[in-house]
Each structure stands twice: as C-alpha cells, then as structure tokens.
Write a protein that binds this ligand. Structure first.
Ligand code: HEM
Ligand SMILES: [Cu+2]
Length: 585
C-alpha cells in the first residue's frame, strides 16, 4: 500500500500483515469477533433445534421409537427409544443452549460486537484484547457445556431454572457430573459476558465519533448499551448462585437444603433476580434491531425516538423489581405477590409505548417488503402476542391456573422465538451485506420467512390451548394422565408443525452459505440507510473507516424535505441554511 493510502487511513490503523491465526482465529478485530460469535450461536442453535425436535417427538408420540436415532448409544437411547432421564436432560439442554449459547451470543456477542464500533464511528472496541478473550472464554464455556453429555449419569436434567433442592443433591436427579459441568460452564460464561459488557459500556461512553451525541445514537446501540449494563449487574448474581449450588453439591454446605438449615426458595429468588433481567437481555437487542430496520424499509423516521430510548431505560429499570412473578405459587405473602403483580403490569407500559411507536413508524410509510423487513414485522407482531400472554400470567389469580403449564411455554416461545429469533433473522438478512460483502438471495429469504412464520405459529399457538387445558410443562408422557388424553391430537399437531419448522430452516442454511461464496457483491449502502456502518466499505477493512466520520444529525432522517433523496445519512453535511432548518426538527 502506498504511503499516501496509509496516511489516508489515519494514524491508529495497524497495517502489518497478520497471519492466518491472528486474522481469523485469535483476532482482536471487533468485526471478526462478531462473526465468530454469530457462527458459534448459529451452530449451537442448530443443536438446540435438534434437541427441541427430540422433545417434540416424545410429546407427540410418547414412548415410541424416534426416527433416525437408532444409532444413538445407551444410556441416551435404547434402540431408538428415549428414556425419561434422557428426556429430562434434553429439554434442560434445549433451553440452556438456546438462551445462553444461541440467542445471547448472536444478538449480544455477534451483532453487539459487529455493530457498536461501526455505528458509533469508532475503529474498534475500547479493549480489543479483552474482546478476543471474551469470545474464547465463551467457547471454553460451550465446550464444558457440551462435555456434560458424555459424563456418567448424563447431562443436567433439572430444567434451565435448576430449582433446588432437586439440583442441589446429586441423588435427587440421578445426575452427578452433568449438573456440576452445567454450573461450571455458566460460571465461565458469566466471566466472558463480564468482559464483553465492560468493553461495550466503555466503548459507547468514550469512543463515539465527533457529533455522535447520546441522542443521535441508533436505537440498536442504545439497546446494546442498556443490555451491557444489565449483563454487568445480573450475571454476577447467577454466578454467585451457581457457586453456592456447586458448594451444596460438592462441599457439604446447605445453602439451599432445609435439612442443613438452608432455604430452597433462596435459589428461586437468586435465579429470578438474575432471570428476569436475563429475559430482557434477550429481547432488548431484538427491539433495537427492529427499530433500525422498520424506518429503513418504511422510508420514514422512527416515531418517537426519545420515547423509544426512554422506554428501554424504563424496561431495564423495572426488570429488577418484577422477579417475584415467577414465584407467585411458591407460597409468598399475598401482599408481596400483589406488589410483584403491579410492577409486572407496569413493565407492559414501556413495552406498549415501543409497540405503538413501531406502528407509528409504519403508518403512511412507503413500505418495502424485503426479507429483513418481513422478519422485523414478524418480530413486532409476535412480540405483541407474547407480551399479551405475559399480562395474563402477571395476574396472580390467573397464574394459579396456568403456572408451570404449556401456557408458559407458549409465552416463552412467542417472546424468545417470535421476538428474539425473528429479530436474529432480520438482523442477519439486513447486515449480511456489511458483514460478508455479499447480498443474500431474496427469493430463498422469502421462502424461509413464510415457511418459518406459518410453522412457528402452528407450533406455538396451540400450546396456549394445551396450557389452559392443564397440560403441565416438563412431563415425559402426557398419555399417563387420563385428563390429558383428549388433548393428545393437539400435541401431535404441534409436533408435526415443529418438524416443519425445522425443515423450514433449510432454505436459510442454504442461502447463508451459498451467499457467503456466490452472493451478488454488495455495494456500500445497498438499503440506502443513514447509519454510519453503511458509510464504510462492505465488508469494512481493519479500522473500519477511511477517516473517522463526523456526525451531523440523528440516524432516522428518511424522506427529509431537506434533500431530494429519501435518505439523509448521519455523516452528510448540508449547506448552513439547510442545516439550520434541520435543527428545528
Ligand atoms: C409485557 C411483558 C411481559 C410480561 C408481563 C411477562 C410476564 C411473565 C410472567 C408473569 C411469567 C411467569 C409465569 C409463571 O411461571 O407462572 C413469565 C415467564 C417467562 N417470561 Fe415473560 N413476560 C413479559 C415479557 C417477556 C419477554 C420480553 C421475555 C423474553 C424475551 C419473556 C420471557 C419469559 C420466560 C423465558 C418465562 C418463563 C421462565 C420459565 O419458567 O422457564 N417474557 N413472564
Ligand atoms: Cu420474568
């Protein structure tokens, strides 16, 4: 590269040629780390999906031979039949993998890393080495988690919530090292997330480009910033609880064991004090993604930018005082229960503000139904269904009937699959050109979207009906209960839909890998969007920008009357008189 070109890249950029290992494996470049997290998450999501199908087979056709699984050795399966112990491990690991190793790594690790420096106009994260360490520590956590499948006694089988005392005494569940490794893995993952969140917070606070004030930040950056704060405060609570659980299991303490003076409910309090902020950690970045994509494809500014940012702050704050809604049936004082009921219902207010603002953004827009847009619209509509079922559950008298039933499972999946996973798809389709320099195929994308959308609703909507019918969650064979037998056709329908949902992911996998290699080359700004990442080449080089951009306005100036085009990038400088007009809005 010529001297001049090097100078043009700015002083901070390193230009020595890195070897294969430093470039692709132990890279400190936030974009590579983001892509690594994305791949880690997608692979784990595939594994989690296979586990889900095993659960569905068992519930649809209990105690029959699982197709294609005859090769799995004992003690997992017996000639293709799944035993109850393995079934418990399968649903436990499905949730654990999806929450901790798929959705969090993709949304927070993957898109957080890729987007934060690019969208605030920085060359990299504040602590690139710490960033690399955070990824590799997450991989170590993943290896420990997967190792649990291969130890005597099988993997953890007490649900992703690991309620004590079941989880605290090996003989209660029959699982010894599986549960220990489960605890250890999540402790290690907590360290990874601690490193990541410190990095994200420092980067957003200190490294914004000139002119990038907090209220000019794209909403996805707001969401990731808030999530980093939640992670920083919530994960250590889980780490502490897991440490105590390990002590109970291995060192003879009785934090959670009544026979030694301990308190099983303490686990539930600690777990949900972490767990409720955790569910918002899963959904806030998804809200951020939708807030980026809807304005771009409606060609309109986001409706109520500040209200959107403030509602995320309100959600984050309220998420600390609602955990008791998971424990209404634990015998808590009714006054306390009512308090948690009210705080939980309060959280629906900022959530509803966000929803109405998304609708306001769409209202009267010039809507382009691209694949990212379809997925973002699915996110909004499915999140509404999930949020509404949440309000039912938040009402203590109603929750008596639906707690620990399939109604809860329906709610979880409308928010986490309908919400977070559709947002993941939206984000992949939307930022793929920037991440990999190529476009994804729209036709395959639309086939994937519609199949997924229909199969998703056929899979999860009927779970509400099962739940109201009294169908418990986490049972091995519904046919053992006389009152559940009439509901079995619904279980079969759900399982068939789940298999279709799995098959519907094939076009996505094909599209992803095909486009990586053969997709049409992407231009800098294929969607004609305003935010800074589209100002950098696709994919951006090490150091991101030719020169650090200066920011003149907020991120959502679409169809502005100030310019003939229907987009007005954050970096574009207008003549002084027009710029003065812009500050009025
Ligand atoms: C309007 C918003 C929401 C309300 C009012 C709400 C309310 C509730 C309540 C009351 C429960 C406990 C029910 C029970 O076990 O009896 C619950 C469970 C759950 N919620 Fe929500 N929720 C809301 C949004 C969300 C979001 C956005 C997510 C995640 C992205 C989420 C994820 C979960 C999960 C994973 C559980 C089940 C945990 C388990 O027991 O395994 N919720 N929700
Ligand atoms: Cu909760």
């Amino acid at each position: 590269m010529s001297q001049a070109a090097v100078a043009a890249h700015g002083a901070e950029v390193h230009h020595e040629e890195l070897g294969f290992w430093r470039r692709y494996v132990f890279s400190t470049d936030h974009k590579t780390i983001g892509r690594q997290f994305l791949f880690l998450g997608l692979v784990m999501m595939l594994l989690g999906g296979i586990l889900a199908l095993l659960v569905r087979w068992e519930l649809g056709w209990p105690e029959t031979r699982v197709p294609l699984m005859g090769w799995v050795p004992e003690p997992f399966m017996y000639d293709g039949y799944m035993g109850p112990e393995f079934y418990n491990a399968v649903f436990t690991m499905h949730a654990t993998i999806m929450i901790f190793f798929a959705v969090m790594p993709i949304l927070v690790g993957g898109f957080g890393n890729f987007l934060i420096p690019l969208m605030i106009g920085a060359r990299d994260m504040a602590f690139p080495f710490l960033n690399m360490l955070s990824f590799w520590v997450a991989v170590v956590a993943g290896v420990i988690m997967l190792a649990g499948f291969f130890v005597p006694g099988g993997h953890a089988a007490t649900g992703w919530t690991a309620y004590a005392p079941l989880s605290a005494v090996p003989t209660y569940s029959g699982v010894d090292w599986g549960q220990n490794l489960w605890c250890l893995s999540l402790i290690v993952l907590g360290i990874s997330s601690l490193m990541g969140s410190i990095n994200y917070i420092t980067t957003v606070v200190n490294m914004r480009a000139p002119g990038m004030t907090f209220f000019r930040l794209p909403l996805v950056i707001w969401s990731l910033f808030i999530v980093a704060i939640l992670l920083l405060l919530a994960l250590p609570v889980l780490t502490a609880a897991l440490g105590m659980l390990l002590f109970d299991r291995m060192a003879g303490t009785s934090f959670f064991l009544p026979e030694g003076g301990g308190e099983p409910l303490l686990w539930q309090h600690l777990f949900w004090f972490f767990g409720h902020p955790e569910v918002y950690i899963l959904i806030l970045p998804a809200m951020g993604v939708a807030s980026e994509i809807l304005p771009v494809f409606a060609r309109k500014p986001i409706f109520g930018y500040r209200a959107m940012a403030y509602s995320m702050i309100a959600i984050a704050f309220l998420s600390w005082i609602v955990w008791g809604h998971h424990m209404f049936q634990s015998g808590m004082n009714p006054t306390l229960g009512s308090t948690f009921m009210i705080t939980t219902m309060l959280i629906a207010v900022p959530s509803a503000i966000k929803t109405f603002n998304w609708l306001g953004t769409l209202w009267g827009g010039d809507i382009h139904f691209t694949t990212p847009m379809l997925n973002a619209l699915a996110f909004v509509s499915m999140f509404v269904i999930g949020g509404l079922s949440g309000i039912y559950m938040a009402s203590t008298p109603v929750d008596i009937f639906i707690h620990d039933t399939y109604f809860i499972v329906a709610h979880i999946h409308y928010v986490v699959f309908g919400g977070s996973v559709f947002a993941i798809f939206a984000a992949v389709y939307y930022w793929f050109p920037k991440m990999f320099g190529r476009m994804m195929n729209e036709t395959l994308g639309k086939i994937h979207f519609w199949l997924t959308f229909v199969a998703f609703n056929c899979t999860f909507f009927p779970m509400h009906i099962l739940g109201v019918g009294g169908h418990m969650r986490r049972i091995y064979n519904p046919l053992q209960y006389e009152f559940l037998k009439p509901l079995q056709p619904i279980n079969e329908f759900i399982s068939i839909s789940a298999i279709c949902l799995g098959i519907a992911q094939i076009p996505f996998i094909v599209n992803f890998f095909w486009s990586l290699a053969f997709g049409r080359k992407a231009e800098r700004n294929p969607w004609k969007a305003n935010t800074l990442e589209w100002d950098a080449p696709s994919p951006p080089p090490h150091g991101n920008f030719e020169s650090i951009p200066t920011v003149y306005r907020g991120p959502y100036e679409y169809s502005s009357p100030l310019v003939p085009e229907d987009w007005l990038p954050q970096t574009r400088r207008l003549a002084p008189e027009r710029a003065a007009a812009a500050t009025v809005s």
